[in-house]
Write a protein of this length. Sequence first.
Length: 90
Amino acid sequence: GLKAALQGYQRPAGQWNFQEVTVRGATVRVDLNGYVILDADLSAIVPAAYLRAGTEPLQIRPRGFFGLVGEDKRLLLRGLEVQRLPAFAR
């Protein structure tokens, strides 16, 4: 809910999509079927709800979880791979 991805890059129903998600610190990049649909620095986004509440934005937390969610009743995955990136300078 912090930054919307571009829409319209999914393959037709019945074909597999290829998605690559890269997270380096607060920077998130999502490639879908060869198109960059999201490239954002989440630490630069301050939602209005946090400003009103005076709380710390969730996007600056150094650790957390990665989840995949489908809008249908089930999410089918094929060839899921998770890799740790080499250390990088902040």
